[in-house]
Structures are given as C-alpha cells and as structure tokens.
Design a binder for this molecule. Structure first.
Ligand SMILES: [Zn+2]
Length: 456
C-alpha cells in the first residue's frame, strides 16, 4: 500500500465512527503495554476493519492467508463478501492483535485458541467471539463472530412468526398432551425457534415449566424446574405434573432413554423441545429408531423447522409487474400487480456509472438488509400417521405434506415474495441444492459490495 493511500485512510478513520474495545471476555486479562509494538503496527487496521464490518452489519469476519496476503471477508446475512486484502505481515500482525485483545496468548500459534472481546459501536454493545486456527507452522486464520447480546428472539411477534402459524402452534398445545419439536441444521436458530413455539401458548391459561438448561436466560411466563438430587426423570415428571403443568420445555433430545420416558408421559402433558436433525424427515427417522413408529405416529403432534431468507433493502428494491405465467407458476393470485427484485448492478465496464454504494446508502449496495425466517410444519395428520407407519420414505412424506396443504419452506418463502419482502431470485438461491464437492465455486451474488470506492 502506498504512503499516500495509507494517509488517506488515516483521514477516513478519523471521520468515521470507531469501534471501542472494552477488554477481553471470559475473565481473561490483556496487557497492551507489554505488546506496544504490536499495538503500534496493528491496532489501527484492526479498528478500521471492525468498524467497517459492524457498520455493514457483518455477523462474521474472516481473516485468512491467501497468496502471500491476508484476505478479509465479511459475512452479511449469511453471505460472505470480499472486504479487501492486506499485505501478509500486516495481516499476521492483525491476527496477533486480535488475539491480544481477546486475552489469548499471541506466542501460541500451533494450537487453536478462542476467546472474546467486549466492544461498543455506535452506542451498541457487542461480543466479538474470536477464534484462531493454525493452518501450518506459524500461520493462522482467524474468525470473529459478532454477537449482540441484547438481540434475542423469544416471542412469536419478535421473530416475525406469521399470526396464523402462531395460532396453529397454540392449537396443538390446547389439550396439554403430545410432543412438539423444532429442528434444523446447526446455526439455523433452532433453539430460538423452540422457544418461540413455547411462547405461542397462552400464558394465562396454561402453566409452562422448563427443565431445560437455558444458560441463565430467563424465559418469560415459564417456571424453571430443577430436578431434586436423587430423583430420576420419571420422579421429576411426576413432581411437575403434581404442580399441574400443561407444558414442559426440555433440553435438546439426544438421549434415547430421556426420549423414551418423555414419550411415556406425553399423554399426560405436552412437551416442547428441539431435536438435532436437519429436517423434520430426519427428526422422525431418529424418533422411530428410539421409540418405534407407532409411538411417533401417536404422540408427535408436529415438527417445525425454519430457514432464514434475506430481505430486500426497502430503499433500493425495484417494483415490477409480474406476468400471469409467473404468478401461476408461483401459485400467487392472478390479481397480484407488483413484486420486487434487487436493482441491477451498474455495468462493470462503464467507468461513469455510479458505484453501488453511491446508489444506495442504506444497504451499501448489498442490496439486502436483514433476514426473516420462513417456516415448515410437518403435522401428524391421519394421512401422515399412515405414511410414518406404513411407507416412511422422503418422497411419501413430501407428497403427504402437499396433499394435506401443510406449510413448506418453499411455499412459505413465496409468501415473502408476495409480501414484497424478498425477491424470487433470492428464494431460488436459498433453495438451490449445494454444489457437489470439488465443483467450482459459484460467483458472488450480483451487486456485491466492492472493497473500496472506484478511483475518480
Ligand atoms: Zn439499498
């Protein structure tokens, strides 16, 4: 990087809001004085990178060595975007700086380390979870995950769960029996989903207990229930039932013995839990192996899953009039007059075209802003019971879901398209099957932000 360019960046830094680092997390300590040389070399670039990342709502920042340099990528709403590269020496110093700020040992480069930094940006507090992974001797890559501890989705309305779905879940709990499960791939917000499902019940009509370890997080209108020493699960369930529980929230279902006991009690009380499975089909497969298909058909009421879809930026989304064929294909009413799509990015070869950043300040040209969940609910209808007991195949489950008009992920995503919140292209991208291993990586989505404004 040329001297002049560097000075320009220093100016830019003074003009933009700065992230504040407020010490390492997890009770660790750091000594910046002892690392004065590192601080001098790398604190400013680290602050610049983090300020830019937080300003652009990145939830993950990746710093990785590539061809003698370090590439920086910001993951925004689940999509990684290139955010520039720095010379190798500087990149390594930035990695070490972030380790020092997290209270990790900068001399240790051969073992994976993880820690965290308390930070503040534009008046909001963040947790930056830092993990360093060695790639080869002396070379590490670094990942920072951004957590805003204040943002927790617990109520259906917070999590943007549609009212009809919340009512459906409420109806499932009405008789205080049976099992309601949430599933989904790791990192897809399954725990929040199970808590959202729990909060669909009417807290004035039903008493809800939690036997789950929520990591100190308090659930509104839910009574914590800790089993007494020496009591097994059956005795604990009996005790909760004596307190007239309608619903019990359980830890994620991983232990077959716990699941069997839970099924034994499911005709006396309703259970809500998450099950580690990518899809409702996989969840049923697991349950069949643990308790048998008859029990599953008899006691499971529904399995819900969700997927996050990026929402179009309200400031730059473009309206268009859909043709009748498209509406028919999507199953939307023919009187739909407007849908939305992302603006086309300026032509690459047009020097005079405004950059995407100039087109939209709100989203930095991404042109999406935030994500919303779409849902799928596998209901144990009479038809589905027959599929589970007699012909448990993926295709048969899918067919039955369509036949019984159940909410599927794809169908629910089209709801967001119809509401003008997302684009059809985004739905197609989300549901595109993953490329086979070894295949060429698909190019970055259209309208990706450029690392820096185009030169004058
Ligand atoms: Zn925009």
């Amino acid at each position: 990087m040329g001297r002049e360019e560097e000075e320009n960046e220093e100016d830019e830094l003074e003009n933009m809001e700065q992230v504040l680092f407020q010490g390492p997390m997890y009770g660790r300590e750091t000594d910046l004085k002892q690392n004065a040389r590192l601080v001098k070399a790398a604190l400013v670039p680290v602050k610049r990178m983090m300020s830019s990342a937080l300003g652009r709502r990145a939830h993950t920042i990746l710093l990785e060595p590539a061809n003698g340099r370090f590439s920086i990528r910001f993951v925004i709403d689940g999509i990684p975007y290139p955010a520039g590269a720095v010379p190798g020496q500087r990149g390594m110093a930035m990695v070490q700086m972030l380790k020092v700020l997290s209270g990790l040992n900068p001399q240790e480069r051969a073992a994976a380390q993880s820690g965290g930094i308390f930070a503040e940006f534009e008046g909001t507090k963040f947790h930056l979870l830092v993990s360093a992974t060695p790639l080869k001797p002396g070379v590490e890559k670094l990942m920072i995950q951004v957590e805003n501890p204040k943002i927790t989705h617990t109520k259906a309305s917070d999590a943007k769960m549609p009212a009809d779905l919340a009512k459906q879940l409420r109806d499932f709990t009405e008789d205080s029996k049976g099992i309601i499960l949430a599933c989904g791939p790791p990192q897809s917000g399954v725990t929040s989903l199970s808590i959202t499902a729990l909060h669909c019940v009417d807290p004035y009509m039903y008493s809800v207990f939690s036997m789950a370890d929520t990591g100190g997080k308090e659930l509104t209108n839910v009574t914590d229930f800790a089993p007494e020493d020496g009591h097994d699960l059956e005795m604990s369930f009996d005790r909760v039932l004596r307190r007239e529980a309608d619903l019990i929230y359980m830890n994620p279902l991983t232990d077959p013995a716990v699941v069997q006991t839970m099924f034994n009690f499911a005709d006396k009380v309703c259970f809500v839990a998450e099950i580690p499975a990518n899809t409702p089909f996989e969840a049923i497969q697991k349950l069949i192996a643990w308790v048998g298909k008859d029990e599953v058909a008899k006691k499971v009421k529904c399995i819900i899953t969700q997927k996050l879809i990026r929402l179009l930026c309200d400031d730059c989304k473009q309206a268009f009039r859909p043709n009748p064929q498209l509406l028919q294909r999507l199953g939307l009413p023919p009187e739909t007059t407007v849908l939305y799509r992302a603006p086309s990015p300026p032509a690459e070869d047009d020097e005079n075209a405004p950059t995407i950043e100039e087109l939209c300040e709100d989203c930095d040209g991404v042109p999406f802003h935030g994500r919303a969940p779409v849902y799928e609910v596998l209901e144990m209808t009479e038809g589905m019971k027959a599929v589970v007991c007699d012909n448990f195949q993926l295709e048969a489950v899918k067919e039955q879901m369509v036949k019984d008009g159940m909410r599927t992920l794809q169908k629910d995503a089209i709801r967001l398209v119809a509401e003008g919140k997302t684009a059809l292209e985004e739905v197609q991208r989300t549901f595109r099957p993953p490329a086979p291993a070894g295949a060429r990586r698909r190019p970055a989505p259209k309208g990706k932000p450029r690392p820096r404004p185009r030169p004058e």
